[in-house]
Design a protein around this ligand. Structure first.
Ligand code: DX5
Ligand code: ZN
Length: 225
């Protein structure tokens, strides 16, 4: 796999989501990243299945749905039915993570697990062979436009090594504070799915920003990790 770019619509104008998604797709977006927040797990509230369903109708690429909510098990079928091709859940809220991962897969979606910045990589130890991707949060989830936490770079490397030891080639995704200047470093560390919100949708030209982020990301492929 090369590097996939997943623009996060959290930083887009919610009244013009269709246009924002079309621009990102023209720029080469491989996925559309959808941030779902409940005001409990994170201090912000965003969207639910009806909006995912509307986005599904206009997007041409798969929807990567990031659930920052408590009790995600209650909503998995609703999000997959709405059109999520990928669903990621936070290890911090799930005592039965193995069950949840397999429930996502049973619904026909790819199952991702997410680590907050303060959550150690070892939390994935027993699940590493079962996941379709791992999302490393490089900011504390809840808001777009935050600053990349530098330690996330070595965390990506450690997650990659853990997956490799488990014999799982599942990609590592990174989310938070990614821009043209730091993307090559996280790709060199092993990230292969890149979420970016403000770097794309706060730019005057989201199409061009997507294209440039992808070009910058590809610069990190093959670099020493
Ligand atoms: C943060 C979200 C991110 C966010 C990234 O809680 O999970 O997906 O939209 O935004 P930027 O790229 O602006 O940090
Ligand atoms: Zn996200």
């Amino acid at each position: 796999m090369s590097v996939l770019i997943a623009p996060s619509i959290l930083s887009a104008d919610f009244a013009r989501l269709g246009e924002a998604i079309a621009a990102a797709e023209r720029g080469g977006a491989d996925l559309i990243h959808v941030d779902v927040m409940d005001g409990h797990f994170v201090p912000n509230i965003t969207i639910g299945p009806p909006v995912v369903k509307s986005i599904r109708r206009v997007a041409h690429v798969p929807l990567d749905v990031h659930l920052m909510i408590e009790e995600p098990d209650r909503y998995l079928d609703a999000f997959v039915e709405a059109g999520a091709a990928m669903v990621s859940v936070h290890v911090e809220v799930l005592p039965h993570l193995h069950r949840t991962v397999h429930a996502i897969r049973a619904l026909g979606a790819k199952a991702g697990v997410v680590l907050n910045p303060s959550t150690p990589v070892v939390a994935l130890q027993e699940i590493a062979g079962d996941v379709d991707y791992v999302l490393v949060m490089s900011v504390n989830p809840g808001f777009g436009g935050q600053t990349f936490i530098p330690r996330s770079e070595s965390k990506v490397r450690d997650v990659r090594a853990l997956l490799d030891r488990a014999g799982n080639s599942a990609p590592v995704e990174i989310d938070g504070g990614i821009d043209q200047h730091n993307v090559a470093r996280v790709v060199a560390a092993g990230a292969r799915m890149i979420v970016a919100g403000s770097a794309i949708f706060h730019s005057p030209d989201p199409e061009r920003a997507t294209r440039e982020l992808k070009a910058a990301a590809l610069g990190g492929v093959g670099s020493p990790a």
